[in-house]
Each structure stands twice: as C-alpha cells, then as structure tokens.
Design a protein around this ligand. Structure first.
Ligand code: HEC
Length: 169
C-alpha cells in the first residue's frame, strides 16, 4: 500500500533525480575519450583504487538488495559516495593536474554518480521500499556504463564507445 505520506516523500526525490540528470551536460564529441592515459601516475593509481572499491561495494549492494537488508545497502552505498577521489586525498597540485587532464563533463558525471549513490544510501537508511532502492541502484549502474563507454573505452572496448545515454525517466 502506498500512503499519501510516501508519495509526498517520494515525488520530490524523483523530481530531484530528473533535475540532477538533466543537469549532466550534453557531451560534445571532443569531450569524450579515454582519460586514464592523461592522468598523472598518482591520479591514475587513486582512480584505480576507487574503481576497485566501488566495484566491490556495488556487488555488496546486489547481495543486500536481494536480501532486503536495508542497513547493508545503506552502508555500501555510503561507501561509494564517500570514495570520491575528486574530493579526498588530493593536494592542490593534484586538483590542478586533474582539471588539466579531464574534461568538465567527466567531473560532472562523476559528481552525478556519487550523488546517485548518496540517494540510494538515503533511501536505504529510511527503509524505503525495495523498488525505489533498486531504481536508484539501476541508475547508478547506468552511470558506470556511460562513463566507461565515454571515458574509458581503452579499458572497456566492448562498449564500442556506446552506452545507455544518461536520460531521465
Ligand atoms: C565518472 C566516470 C566513471 C564512473 C561513474 C565509473 N567509472 Fe569505473 N572507471 C572509470 C575510468 C576512467 C576507468 C579506467 C581507469 C584506467 O585508465 O585504468 C575505470 C575503471 C574501472 C574498473 C577497472 C579498475 C582496474 O582494476 O583497472 C572497474 C572495475 C570499474 N571502473 C568499476 C566501476 C563501477 C562498478 C562503477 C559504478 C558503480 C564505475 N566504475 C563508475 C571511470 C568511471
């Protein structure tokens, strides 16, 4: 049963997610292409570490979602949100190096991705229905694919440069 209260809570969140996704800028062709080879060795190492952690946490989320374990979903999603290399561990020089190496669209997509993880964590913390958590999880995985196809086609050539477009629905 969906109560009025649930609808009031859920609708603004859904709308927020639409706004968030629409705010991911359209990407001109020149703004795509592998970023890995352009990173300094330190940034590349941090990105790889983050990706491995994110990958592991995503698998934990699958296990927790199918078990209806809200607390475990929240914990792993929060870890993804907090793993932001772009905010953590970077010196001022690293930040300048990063901005020089990657297009703004990459940073925007990374930001949107971590926001989606935060929304998933929030939904799980409030023990909101599993459908909503699964929805946010799906959007998050879509962003993995979008970013890999646009910015890591060297590492993931199977996408052939194509991925599900970031779209609102
Ligand atoms: C904003 C962009 C972006 C997002 C979002 C993103 N990735 Fe990545 N990911 C990359 C890039 C770039 C690389 C390649 C780095 C390199 O050059 O080695 C990568 C590499 C990886 C790797 C390979 C790491 C290795 O061992 O070399 C894994 C695994 C991975 N990502 C998992 C994920 C998962 C799972 C998600 C979503 C839950 C995700 N990524 C979301 C950009 C992204």
């Amino acid at each position: 049963m969906t109560t009025d209260k649930e609808i009031r809570v859920r609708l603004p969140r859904m709308m927020l997610s639409v706004v968030l996704l629409l705010s991911v800028p359209a990407v001109p062709a020149a703004e795509t292409g592998p970023v890995g080879p352009k990173l300094t060795p330190k940034l590349k190492r941090l990105l790889t570490e983050e990706m491995r952690a994110v990958n592991q946490a995503s698998q934990q989320i699958v296990g927790a979602l199918v078990a209806g374990d809200h607390a475990a979903v929240a914990k792993a999603a929060q870890q993804i949100h907090d793993s932001f290399i772009l905010e953590k561990k970077l010196t001022d020089k690293d930040k300048r190096d990063l901005e020089a190496a990657v297009p703004p669209a990459f940073l925007a997509l990374d930001g949107a991705f971590h926001q989606m993880a935060a929304k998933l964590a929030e939904a799980a913390r409030h023990k909101e229905d599993v459908d909503l958590q699964t929805y946010y999880f799906g959007r998050m995985i879509e962003m993995c694919q979008t970013c890999h196809s646009r910015f890591a086609s060297d590492r993931f050539p199977a996408f052939g440069g194509k991925a599900p477009a970031v779209h609102a629905h």
